[in-house]
Design a protein around this ligand. Sequence first.
Ligand code: WTA
Length: 660
Amino acid sequence: MAERTSIDTILHESRIFPPPADFEQRIGGSYVTSLEAYRAMHRRSIEDPEGYWGEAARAFHWFRPWDRVLEWSLPDAKWFAGGRTNLCFNCVDRQVQGGHGEAPALIWEGEPASPSGYEIRRLTYAELMREVCRCANALKAMGVRRGDIVTIYMGMVPELAVAVLACARIGAPHSVIFGGFSAQAIADRVQDAQSRTIITCDGAWRRGHLVPLKANVDEGAAIAGGVTNVLVLRRCGNDVRMTPGRDRWWHEFVDDQPTDCPCEPMESEDMLFLLYTSGSTGKPKGIMHTTGGYMVYTAHTARTVFNLRPDRAQVFWCTADVGWVTGHSYIIYGVLPNRVPTLMYEGAPNFPEPDRFWDIVERHRVTQFYTAPTAIRAFMKWGDAWPRKHDLSSLIVLGSVGEPINPEAWMWYRETIGGGRCPIVDTWWQTETGGHMITPLPGATPTVPGSCTLPFFGVDAAIVDESGAELPHGKGGLLAIRRPWPGMLRGIHGDRERFIQTYFSRIPGMYFAGDGAHRDERGYFWILGRVDDVINVSGHRLGTMEVESALVSHPAVVEAAVVGMPHDIKGTGIAAFVTLEPHFAPSDDLRADLAKHVAKEIGAIAKPDVIRFTDALPKTRSGKIMRRLLRDVAAGADTGQDMTTLEDLSVLARLREGEE
Ligand code: WTA
């Protein structure tokens, strides 16, 4: 997709920003201080990955040391095999045992404003440990055993982090579902994971509205079947139906549990979590991450890329939801082992006013701030007056993730939020990669607006053609990773064939990311966007086919084709082309009804921005939908035809035949 980063943009971008002169002093010493140092370290990490990662892994607590750093037999990687560790231990217990029990671990701010201000909670490592132990004991008392998959569907409350860590503590992999997904989406994931336990909230606050999480769980569990335990945190106080024998209140059940619970020593390759994400085909797939490699990779990338320093008064804030991989890796798992407090905010960026984020940065003295381009573009639209009202001088590093950032948004971020003195780390990575893959290092890498710059240590990234041959600089191609890295996915839950097909078959011998990219003469990477049928809507990943399936499950729809289209704020919007059953007529009411239906089937994030009715979808002679043509139509591109009426796309199709 990536309509925003065209080759044209890349060729014309000549601005380059070295790390600011006072960065070293402001951050209190950076881990990598020059581009030369980066290059030397990167070379070493590629020549001797076992040496590099073995050293990185020694920074963690292991119950038993590993036998081998890496065993690799494509597509299967084993990192730190034979080693035993526990990620919750490394996040929490280790800090307490190291004498830092009273240091801040989690800072949380609720969305609603009350006359006395905002609700704020601060948990020290010792407090977090007690909460996690209680929750872990509650899970055990509910019958959850090591290896059982626990579904978590909550709002952004501290107990969400507690629940995630409690699962890790007892070796029960979690499957967190974003709170914006629908009952049907919960059912699909619960069923696929064969999960019997769900942790949820009565509701969640979002832009002043209540999202009925528990009601969605009830409906989802009814569709899925097999759910035997539901633990419910009271957050909003809305009425919920409690099913006797299945449902329990957190405040009644968890709060009474003992505050000590030993950490289960996990095999390095034991599953830590499942996270469902969209692909080109079929239903969302459960990406499997394991314990040791993911732990080392996320904490090591977080430390290096954000320059986390426990010896300085830093506050790290990632604005993602824990329901996405960014929240898993850079709100919880990557940050806590580095002993820098992680800030969690419950709600929307514009509640009650469009300066809420900047207000939070000012009040909590946030030092590293990590958000998505879609948010940055929304802030630009709301106007500079909002950030200008606040003292943002605490900020030292600014991060971007989730989609290509257009140079205009990059510059605004740098100047208006960063005051021209904060390096921007534009981090390219994926649910599948576990952590950052291509990214600047703030004290070392000169940055260029729109480029995610250079691969992280141990990452052997290349631009290749379909045969796997590396393309010369300046030529766009497929983004591939040639060697394993510790944070890589270990599979798709229950579907080995799909795992091999999706990631390791398209380019012989390499991991295929699904993105197109380009390298400039400096060797910097520029992500051009997905080359498959995945779209990034506001940085949220969706499969066009999922949206199509949702549309055709509506009684009025015969056929649907969904493509991405450029969108000022979302980056990519959703355009749907729909043909109707004969007894349904196109109307705005029907359009609204279809959008509602998609929200019900998947979630509000999947609602099409544009729905166009057409008599027939344009197809090639062999019956393939001509998606490129639809993308052009959706983008309003010049198709050589008057596109004001779309009744007969097949005419266009005939003109285009042979091109697709
Ligand atoms: C896109 C989110 C350009 C890319 C961490 C990738 C990006 C997909 C960037 C993964 C970036 C992520 N620049 N594109 N800095 N970061 N993407 O799994 O298309 O939700 O394949 O992981 O987001 O999305 P996912």
